[in-house]
Write a protein that binds this ligand. Structure first.
Ligand code: DCP
Ligand code: MG
Length: 368
């Protein structure tokens, strides 16, 4: 039999809002919504001070303002959130490479075999929380258990700044008492259907046969049948870090004039640097690739001593590469533009907030 896995789920508390409160002290202790006020706008997230009023993610801003008249709206600053996200991911990778990010602020870690030989998932979760606090000034909640389903539920259980461990022996009781709405993968519509069929808790769910659940919910019924018994064999699937970016285009009509080359290259530049901008990365090496109408290919690269920043800088680099390119007098069928040697400036520039000392989180000292 496989040995029991040790899975941690980490999720930052009121992520965007906490970052705003960290960087703008006047917002601390106040109800804050990240998002824009006004019609057709929605709240991205709300600080914990705003939550008792019912302000939460995806709520229309006008409704949020009505529920909480003192609510302060702040525009999102995605660059900063991405930088913090890179910081916390670096911390995760100190313990394992089996890290599966679900979004900027949350990830699963499989620490069954951790790099530091800590061996206790609970202690690793506590260490990670402390490091996140020390390096970013922000709090995270962690859930520890033997599969993804339970780890995710656990991280939500004692938010904010929580650490919840569901040990194998305690799992079945924990699930039995859990309201069906708390089950990950059970959305509002499914929850309604469950209630309509007399299923309000994990215990109710466990009382149903697999056939009955499949009949009611289709394939998802199998998943529900498993999780009611604490069974979830989904692996933690690490995201391989990207090593390069490239874009290319094949042309219906061969490009023949210099003007066509320049125009099409400009389009590729815009697409490529849009991707770099989106992910907050830069790169050292730029490559231009050309395929002619006789299917022969040519490419040329250039590596920069100082990393270009911004579209303007990249545009100049591309223009230089184009001028140096040994163009042949043949029609062009395909052009591609790519970069490698990625540099993640967001990581280097991540603001190091001065943290207040982390409050001691009570933990069950278990080797699990
Ligand atoms: N987010 C968003 N729109 C949503 C949900 C989330 O823009 N509908 C963004 C804002 C959140 C971030 O993603 O800060 C993380 O989402 P979470 O669901 O983890 O929510 P929070 O971290 O804000 O709060 P919690 O403490 O409940 O995790
Ligand atoms: Mg969160």
């Amino acid at each position: 039999m496989d040995s029991v896995r040790k899975i941690i789920h980490i999720d930052m508390d009121a992520f965007y809002a906490s970052v705003e409160q960290r960087d703008f002290p006047e917002l601390r202790g106040k109800p804050v919504a990240v998002g824009r006020p006004g019609p057709r706008m929605v709240v991205a997230t709300a600080s914990y001070e705003a939550r008792p009023y019912g302000v939460r993610s995806a709520l229309p801003s006008v409704v949020a303002q009505r529920l909480c008249p003192d609510l302060i709206f702040r525009p999102p600053r995605f660059d900063v959130y991405k930088a913090v996200s890179a910081q916390i991911r670096r911390i995760f990778h100190e313990y394992t490479d089996l890290v599966e990010p679900l979004s900027l602020d949350e990830a699963y870690l499989d620490v069954t075999h951790d790099f530091k030989q800590v061996r206790s998932a609970t202690l690793i979760a506590r260490d990670i929380k402390a490091k996140i606090k020390a390096e970013t000034g922000l709090t995270a909640s962690a859930g520890v258990s033997y599969n993804k389903f339970l780890a995710k539920i656990a991280s939500d259980y004692r938010k904010p700044d929580g650490l919840c461990v569901i040990e194998p022996a305690a799992a079945l009781d924990f699930i039995a008492a859990l309201p069906i709405e708390k089950f990950y993968g059970v959305g509002q519509a499914t929850a309604r259907k469950m209630h309509a069929n007399g299923i309000a808790t994990g215990a109710d769910l466990r009382a149903r046969s697999e056939m009955e659940l499949v009949h009611l919910f289709g394939k998802a019924g199998q998943y529900y049948y498993g999780i009611a018994r604490g069974i979830d064999n989904r692996e933690v699937t690490p995201q391989r870090e990207r090593k390069s970016y490239s874009v290319e285009n094949t042309y219906v009509h061969d490009l023949v004039t210099n003007f066509e080359r320049i125009t099409e290259l400009y389009r590729l530049e815009q697409r490529l640097f849009g991707l770099l901008d989106r992910d907050g990365v830069s790169a050292r090496t730029l490559t231009l690739k050309v395929r002619y109408n006789d299917f022969t290919e040519q490419s040329k690269s250039r590596t920069f001593a100082s990393v270009p920043r911004g579209f303007e800088a990249w545009h100049h680099c591309t223009a230089d590469l184009r001028k140096d390119f040994p163009w042949q007098e043949k029609g062009i069928r395909l052009m591609g533009l790519g970069v490698h040697g990625l540099v993640r400036p967001a990581e280097a520039e991540a603001s190091a907030a001065v943290p207040s000392p982390a409050p001691d989180t009570p933990v069950e000292l278990t080797l699990f």
